[in-house]
Ligand binder design. Structure first.
Ligand code: ATP
Ligand code: MG
Length: 432
């Protein structure tokens, strides 16, 4: 039967056969973050619209045309968050987390942008964000990049390359801005509509144009490294040295600017050529001006966000399957007494075997139909209690995936038997 109410365009359900892959990457994120001493922070999904306007910048794709903004019942203008950094800074300021201290934080969750949905581009998508506050040097920029590289390594992701650039200080950027306006004005007949509009408001964003017809013009534009200030250049050189020492390969891309206005000095992206136009998996940089811009004391900051949908798509392209979490056992119960005994046995098994994945058959059903369900559940074995087993006070064990004969054992013996199996398997698959 067709359902006439469907999910909103660009917003996807995550079905049970996909969720284990998400849980797997989320577990990897969590363990890598904790190995660097980053703590999780969780912010609301809705914020005052003003927060995003003030932080992301009025003349950006996000604020101009992608935000889900609405009035609530009080007439306040609210927005579903399009990214996490603004909320994270807001929360830090609100709770005094930046007062005379450094912070290393991460978060994950849904973000919302009203973009044209296509592969790798959705209206609700999911990011993991990482931010560090109170550290001004290139060492923390390097740590951020090494942390992201470790995520790829832990997941077995291969097809990504690192691009880095510097956007300098707001002062040098202003000089560069003037140069760009001059250059693009001279060539204005070659600008597409978006870029014409950006010419006087945000010319740096023209460099980020995805229109292939603009490529040549952009490639011949003035180079920021001819204008960059000494301090930013030193910062950038130091960062490169850290990366060289750590053996992390990178490309310097002088055209790399970000879609958000608040970046200063270091910017970086991890990109792939395997996902078409949606090739940026992870993007970030330094944003030394943002905290003050949102009303706090000037605080250096650096961070990045990665898109989980794109990461998973690339893992699939790279042939990296996430480890499957099979159900260990399915309890087939024939007859009323077996159903009562079985439910209790299942509880005992769970109590005694941490990590066990066990399904109890609920409801009636012939032995045959219960075995069918067991097979479909992916269970490795069936624990069977039927009339005979009740009489003999035993449990039968049938192997669904191995060529082993059925065995019969006491309930106590089943506990030890399952414990041994589960422990063996989790040692083989330590990350699950
Ligand atoms: P793009 O240039 O692809 O639009 P962006 O510069 O807007 O990306 P950021 O705001 O820096 O992206 O977000 C960081 C990451 O979040 C991106 O690298 C990408 O992996 C992911 N991302 C951004 N927008 C979307 C979207 N609409 N759907 C899925 N993932 C997204
Ligand atoms: Mg975008």
């Amino acid at each position: 039967m067709a359902n006439d109410i469907q999910a909103i365009r660009g917003m996807k359900d995550l079905l049970p056969d996909q969720s284990h892959a998400w849980q797997y990457v989320e577990n990897v994120f969590r363990s890598v973050m904790s190995s660097y001493g980053y703590s999780e922070i969780r912010m609301p999904i809705v914020e005052k619209t003003e927060l995003f306007k003030r932080s992301i910048g009025e003349v950006t794709d996000i604020v101009e045309k992608e935000m889900y903004t609405f009035e609530d019942r009080n007439g306040d203008s609210l927005t579903l968050r399009p990214e996490g950094t603004a909320s994270c800074v807001r929360a830090c300021l609100e709770h005094g987390l930046l007062y005379n201290q450094t912070q290393r934080l991460w978060y994950s969750g849904p973000m919302f942008r009203h973009e044209r949905p296509q592969k790798g581009r959705y209206r609700q998508f999911h990011q993991v964000g990482v931010e560090a506050f109170g550290m001004a040097g290139p060492d923390i920029d390097a740590e951020m990049i090494l942390l992201s590289a470790r995520l790829w390594q832990a997941l077995g992701l291969k097809s990504v390359v690192l691009q880095i650039n510097s956007l300098g200080t707001p002062e040098t950027r202003a000089v560069y801005r003037t140069q760009l306006i001059e250059y693009f004005t001279k060539n204005s007949e070659q600008l597409d509509e978006d870029s014409q509009r950006r010419l006087n408001t945000n010319p740096l964003r023209i460099l980020d144009s995805k229109n292939p017809a603009m490529r040549e013009l952009i490639n011949a534009a003035p180079n920021f490294f001819d204008t960059i200030d000494e301090d930013s250049m030193r910062h950038f050189d130091e960062l490169k040295r850290y990366l060289d020492e750590a053996g992390v390969a990178y490309q310097v891309n002088p055209r790399l600017v970000r879609g958000l206005d608040y970046y200063t000095k270091t910017v970086f992206e991890w990109v792939t050529d395997k996902l078409g136009a949606q090739g940026t998996i992870c993007a970030g940089g330094r944003f030394d001006g943002l905290v003050a811009q949102l009303g706090g004391k000037a605080t250096p900051a650096v961070g990045f966000a990665l898109g989980i949908e794109r990461l998973l798509a690339l893992l699939e392209e790279d042939g990296q399957e996430s480890p499957v979490q099979d159900v260990h056992a399915y309890l087939v119960l024939v007859g009323e007494e077996a159903r009562h005994k079985g439910l209790l046995l299942a509880e005992t098994l769970r109590e005694n075997t941490p990590g066990i994945r066990l399904i109890t058959h609920c409801g009636e059903g012939s032995m045959k139909s219960q075995f069918k369900r067991a097979d479909k559940s992916g269970a490795q074995i069936v624990l069977l209690i039927g009339e005979q087993e009740i009489q003999d006070k035993v449990v039968s064990v049938k192997f669904l995936r191995e060529d082993e004969p059925q065995i019969t054992m006491t309930q106590e013996a089943v506990i030890d038997f399952l414990k041994a199996r589960v422990i063996n398997q989790s040692q083989a698959n330590i990350l699950i």
